[in-house]
Design a binder for this molecule. Sequence first.
Ligand code: MN
Length: 229
Amino acid sequence: MSDLVFPAMPTPTVAVAGTSARFPVRRIFCVGRNYAAHAREMGRDPDREPPFFFTKPADAVVENAATVPYPPETSNFHYEIELVVAIGVGGADIPAERALEHVFGYAVGIDLTRRDLQLAAREQGRPWDWGKAFDQSAPIAPIHRVAEVGHPSAGRIWLAVDGVVKQDSDISKLLWSVPDIISIASHSMTLRPGDLIMTGTPENVGPVRRGEVMTGGIEGLGEIRILVG
Ligand code: MN
């Protein structure tokens, strides 16, 4: 019998498209400012920065078609539509040329952000966790396996609020490609099966309010739909 002092939390999971299988989530890594136009709208120079990372807890994942409560302590709750990479084979010091061998699949995700808290932390040189890693901050649509979709490197990425398109770009505009991101991350942290990497959002992030519906998608990877409660 277990000697745990209380039952362990169940492992958070994400649906795998076209199957009843589930992808068990270990960690969620997120890349900051990985599209030039978004870096500029956040007041940064996209040409001078190596990629940087922050994280969300695994239990921040939210199922597609769910309702996300408007989070506390913010009056500027933002959407960021993103390509999500699901790692199926772990590794450290992965060369970029071998990086795609570590990918299980790809999904559409939203990096929900308490922008006011993030920017206050940024200005004060404090951690981003309260702005980025709060409860239910990572809606992820079903993961499409590499065997099904290959390794998409181009295609429309978009997000709409109540049917009005707000973000509309192409994943070919990623400053740091998926192989680069995997390689660079793995030289600093060992990647494990179950890790998710949110690869950054294109420009025109913005606020969402209670009762609004976010829909978004990436060409070839389906769509996501989240209601703000
Ligand atoms: Mn983001």
